[in-house]
Design a protein. Sequence first.
Length: 727
Amino acid sequence: MGFEYTELIHDMSVAPQAPYVFKKRESYRTKLIRIEAYVGVTSILLVFLVLFGSFRRRSRSSAVKYLTWIAYFLSTKLITYTLGQMQSTTFYDEMFAVWAVFMGVVLSNSDAISAYSLEDNEHRKRYNLEMLVQSFWVGYLIGECINSTELMIQLYIVWFLSLGRAGERIEALMSASKDGLAEHSKLVSDYMWDEHALSKDDHAVDPVSMKGYNYLVTGENENRVNHVLPLYRKKLDITVDEVVTVHKIWECKGSLLSSRNDPNNRLKDICLSFALCRLLRRRFGRYLLHESCQDKTWNFVRYGLLSESGDDDHDERAFRVVEVELAFLYDSLYTKYPALFANGFPKLRPFVSLLIVVLGCWIVGSFLHRYNTPYGYRSLTFGRFNCDVLLTYLVIFTFLFIEVMQLVFIFSSDWAKVLFVCKYVAKPSWRTKRIVEKILGFVCHSRSWLNSQPWERKLGQYDLIKHFDHDPCKLINNWFVSPYKDLKRKGEKENKRIKLTTEVKKAVVLSFKTNGRKLSNGLASLQRNGFADQFSWACRLETQTHVVLVWHIATTLCEKSLSFSQTEISAAKSKYFNVANALSKYCAYLVAFKPRLLPDHAYTTEFIFSRVVYEARDLLKGCKTSESKCRKMMKLGHEGDRENEIIKRGAVLGKQLIDETENWEQLWKVLSEFWAEMMLFVAPSDDVTAHAENLATGGEFVTHLWALLTNAGILNRSEQAVDHLDA
């Protein structure tokens, strides 16, 4: 077969000696194989998005990051290109229409990822235009390629249903945009004005039983909202049964939420996380958090999530609630779940999915067994099987399997659990029917692998003294690739990430309980331990970046000195040692890789870090081993020069810590408490975009502390939040 030749073309104006010109054209088989390859690759990308689109929120793996990016961006482009290839052929194959329809269904069906980045939400109009063009092409192919009226009707129904799925994604992009977040947070902001900002009675509340905590969960709609003049605020009547608050959920006496069926209050806490997420989203809409000035807001975290019962599970509960809260926030920004559950449980979605499955099986049964290749062309076979038919079987059944899996994910999602619990609370009749409680109990206590771990639960690590002399590879870090990726700077080499341990979380919680609402950059811990006179100078430096780097260098010097001492084994077992080193390297990691999450201006932090790397290269020139670096640093510390360079200041502080503490145990206790305070001090931030972006790349521990402090009403580093009403 090879290539078919067109008619001979002879330019009569050319001299007779000129050769004839032949124009080559691809054969049907070659063209079809290419289209089949595009369909196969596109199908794989779409399946990856549906099944693993949300996996990136709990993994910092570069492979996951780039695979998701490739699948997200390339799938849309490949579908457009493939549709163009189908239309450019000189023949029409009924397979084209079948493939196009089912690719369109899955493209708009990925609930797990509606946007790869926050910018995609702002560029929703471009996506709408792309979907409009693709939908037109698919509809055109159905009309041109299909000869059977029965098959044409089936495909047009599936095509119409795919348009509805595209509408879901459009709505999700809109709700996650800046305008959408502001619009959807308006009611919650006005509601919290009435509920908290105007309330002066903080004594009629109980953060353990959640009495008086009327945080809004679900149930509001325009029919229950009044507009109050002259500010045109939205006012919600929470006495209506359909409006469910956290207080109502805790008051519910139903068996589903009893201590026997829900011993750890997991279902209640999921609803609490959802309510807290709605409150947190106001920061993206630039609304004031009116309740932040109330004592009840602080007490909610201090004496509710972190009670004084002495049970370690309460500390874990606080982080568990925040984890799920940020998981809801991630879904609100990057998935279709907010659009699906905007008006309650998506009752129409199971019907549509079932209809697509039935139609898909009908198409397979009524069409593929009678399929014939276009007249005059021979189809490729594999044994007794027609390869075109076999590929279509795989495409349709794969997409139908995805359709079923999507339903499973919806029913087992935390979004569905919140709605089921709220319906259970709002409808007393449900609490009298055992069969209803059994069904709800089965659904609400089921868990899918998609929400088994809300984030990576690891700490990034960076060791300045170890990696200051690291030079990035020139092959992938040069001026040629700079327009396409962020170049690594000298000294940037991340250590292996470590697991976020219970010891670290308990140290931070203890600091939170001890200091209260007054955040400290470590000075308070030095005062408690009696070392403020000796080390307080290192807490009063020019910028917070100076403080973090100086204490990190000092902590590293203490660690290196310990490794050469005879007490290494006993000190290494100390919980203080583990906490201090983990948090020291994590804060240094934030300076080197995540400066937007720290108090200082991001560029200021980057510039200081770069200069410190050059300082280290100059002062420690020729030191190749850890031992030689430690000796040189101890020499710098012995000289006592702390006037300018951060490296010298860190060496002086490290030498002071070693000399002026009584033993290694006391030294690491001082350092662990210092770094626990520092973590809380750097957590408050107004750069909500930076935290939101990190939710999509595995998450950061500082983001969870940021959310926890926001829940407690701590929005900045001042002693007390400003009372916006009185102002």
